[in-house]
Design a protein around this ligand. Structure first.
Ligand code: M6R
Length: 366
């Protein structure tokens, strides 16, 4: 059942090329240059008239929502707010009939997300679900939706659900961008083509596994870890930190790279590994100067860079290369080595990777 892998988590990490492809199959029609998603098409007016989109979710799904915020605002020019479902539901939020709420949930059973949906519905908002489990409570409670086609995710640490959620949300953002005219048709075509290439890039990227394992060996006794990223990759830093925390029990924090100087930099010494995402198109120079600041304080740097990078290589203790892509799609790549890193560290620490202590796959209590 683990398909020859030692753990479900590793199997699921390796399933991502297939899962992402299954998620856009039949929806991304490159030859016709269209995106076809019934749940979006049938409710196009609601999306186009939306004052804003509010995304509600928890945990890793909330991180996918944050990536989507950047993508929706860039592509479709619709204001987006991303909320923890648990905070949203208890805050007496201002919601109107002109709001579109997108609820993201792998399991479709998360109690807080479900309650946030019910609240939004009671205020008249249109609620769209992005779930993985077919027929789940959230899938049934929402007005419309689009499934991720990740297949069953057994490992408690979410991996393929995250990348397929981003894929679905990207498709929606692209569809809305065309409908709103906020993206030229040539850019639209370019993005379709680029998105279609992601699975093979992930496939290629998964070959870094051995290299990441070697890096993991050197940090398995760490007690703290910092993850930094900017722009589209800021949420990936949060997700990388969450993954490490939940399966290896190492304390980790994710930050937008530029926030480092507002506090976290005080933590940096020669025992602090800092994982920095420094893709070539993502505010690269600024991230490089952050890396220099870490270096001068003797922090250990594990950098995720674009293939062919030279500047970071000279400063970082380790580099992990990802294939080149559009920056907006880079989270689908940068997240892969971070999943592998936490996986290997957790295995080497003898942790129960698939069923970490104190955690459940579906959080059906608030
Ligand atoms: O099933 P959901 O996507 O609603 O679950 C939300 C979180 O409980 C979940 O993502 C959790 O944070 C994972 N264990 C993260 O790996």
């Amino acid at each position: 059942e683990k398909g020859g892998y030692e753990h479900f988590m590793l199997k699921e990490i390796h399933e991502q090329p297939r899962a992402i492809r299954d998620t856009y199959r039949g929806r991304l029609l490159r030859d016709e240059a269209i995106i076809k998603m019934a749940g979006v098409e049938d409710n196009m007016k609601k999306f186009l008239n939306a004052n804003r989109i509010i995304i509600v979710a928890c945990g890793t799904s909330w991180h996918a929502g944050l990536v989507a915020e950047y993508i929706f605002e860039e592509f479709s020019r619709i204001p987006v707010e991303v909320e923890y479902a648990s905070e949203f539901r208890y805050r007496n939020p201002v919601i109107t009939e002109n709001d579109v709420v997108i609820a993201i949930s792998q399991s479709g059973e998360t109690a807080d997300t479900l309650a946030a949906i019910k609240l939004a519905k009671s205020k008249g908002a249109f609620v769209f679900g992005v779930c993985n489990v077919v027929g789940s409570s959230i899938a049934r409670e929402t007005h419309a939706g689009a499934y991720t086609h990740a297949g069953p995710e057994i490992g408690v640490a979410s991996t393929k659900a995250f990348t397929t959620q981003i894929t679905v949300l990207t498709l929606i953002a692209l569809r809305l961008a065309r409908a709103k005219g906020t993206m030229t048709s040539s850019n639209f075509r370019l993005y379709l083509q680029e998105l279609e290439l992601i699975p093979q890039k992930v496939e290629q990227l998964l070959k870094v596994d051995e290299h990441v394992k070697e890096i993991a060996k050197q940090y398995l006794l760490s007690t703290n870890c910092l993850y930094l990223g900017r722009g589209y990759n800021f949420p990936v830093a949060l997700e990388g930190a969450l993954k490490l925390k939940e399966i290896s029990y190492i304390h980790a924090e994710g930050y937008p790279a530029a926030e480092m100087k507002h506090g976290p930099i005080a933590l940096i010494d020669d025992r602090m590994p800092v994982i920095v995402i420094a893709t070539s198109k993502g505010h690269y120079e600024k991230v490089v100067s952050n890396i220099q600041e870490i270096k001068s304080r003797k922090g250990k740097i594990i950098a995720v860079v674009t293939e062919g990078d030279t500047a970071v290589k000279e400063i970082a203790d380790h580099v992990i290369e990802i294939p080149e892509s559009e920056e907006a799609f880079s989270p689908l790549l940068t997240t892969i080595p971070l999943q592998l890193l936490s996986y290997h560290i957790a295995v080497m620490r003898n942790c129960n990777v698939d069923q970490p202590r104190n955690l459940a796959k579906s959080v059906t209590v608030e």
